[in-house]
Design a protein around this ligand. Sequence first.
Ligand code: NAD
Ligand code: ZN
Ligand code: ZN
Length: 395
Amino acid sequence: MKAVTWHGKRDVRVEEVPDPELKEPDDAIIRVTSSGICGSDLHLYEVLGPFLSAGDILGHEPMGIVEETGPEVTHVKPGDRVVIPFNISCGRCHMCGMRLYAQCETTQVREEGMGAALFGYTKLYGQVPGGQAEYLRVPQAHFGPIKVPEGPPDERFVYLSDVLPTAWQAVEWADVPDGGTVAVLGLGPIGQMASRIARHRGHRVIAIDFVPERLEMARRHGVEVIDADDADDVPDAVRQITGGRGTDSVIEAVGMEAHGSPGAKFAQTLAGLLPGGSAAPLMARVGVDRLAALTAAIEIVRRGGTISVIGVYGGMTDPLPMMRMFDKGIGLRMGQAHVKRWIGDLLPLVSGDSDPLGVMDLATHRWPLDKAPLAYEIFQKKQDGAIKVLLQPAA
Ligand code: NAD
Ligand code: ZN
Ligand code: ZN
């Protein structure tokens, strides 16, 4: 089959690789029809090279048709249309019992000291081949796959694998009071959807980015926007339109390569410290200031408010203004999305006729798998109006 494989910094290719096969009784094989490229893939593309091996198959946002199932998979069968959550969880361990699926104890990557295994996300997260491919082996398929109805286009459902549950959790963790105000930093796919979900739940949303098409898309969905390139001081610009106090909550949807931070320096530091053994201690040793968005969030949030960090960070963060955070009494929540936990809230919103979250207005590119190298490039450089790119193997 064809698959998108990693070969080095900013070097992804489409290659012929062996078809996946059932290995465990609770595996399934999916024929992929759509697969997103995510901001999290950009960390692999640019920064996290030391944790990848040439030939690793990328992608963690797939949907498709079940081809084959092992004997222990009973809730889906060949022919079913399914979306695959990006984290792999068993549904029956202690953590899954608490609906903390991103911390599943059955799939957690103990040797790296990490949480639940993820598709297409390096040896840190279990070295599971990803879903930017024609076919995908799905472990723990007795639990993971989300069955979706036939008929509507893939774009109705594909974001259930990551973008929508991640954005939903970002809003939940932000703890916005009824009728309150939330600032969203970063208007990539995650920030777009977090903004729309917050609007849907009746909050005032002020979002910040500097990419014109992304600001414009947010504006279309009832979001007030601040162009970070126009504002001398973003926190001050937010305070000016919130009675001087800042917002009740802030969602940080940017992550570690924030504009204004020396992300390139981080990449060099990591590359210079190539790990011999386990990668996790290495990650913990690397300390570089790349906190532009998080620092802004700490200044934007009102006293006693909450920051929900959904952007991905790696390594040590240095320095965090702890006195400022303590004195302001800021609440801070973060982490990987517990995908399955939010599907009951989200499936009805994407299944009806009305499309209240506007999921049909997010993808800017629907490209065949062969165009993956260019797709990664335009998504990273924010060229050609790219906001969300879907790879469609059969296209
Ligand atoms: P993206 O890269 O398209 O979006 C990031 C946006 O932030 C871009 O639009 C960029 O212009 C903007 N930005 C950069 N620096 C900024 C700054 N200083 N201030 C304001 N905006 C700034 O990616 P995405 O797909 O939307 O993902 C966003 C983040 O969420 C990534 O870090 C990704 O890894 C993370 N993520 C986390 C989870 C999770 O489970 N926690 C799941 C999916 C994605
Ligand atoms: Zn993703
Ligand atoms: Zn589990």
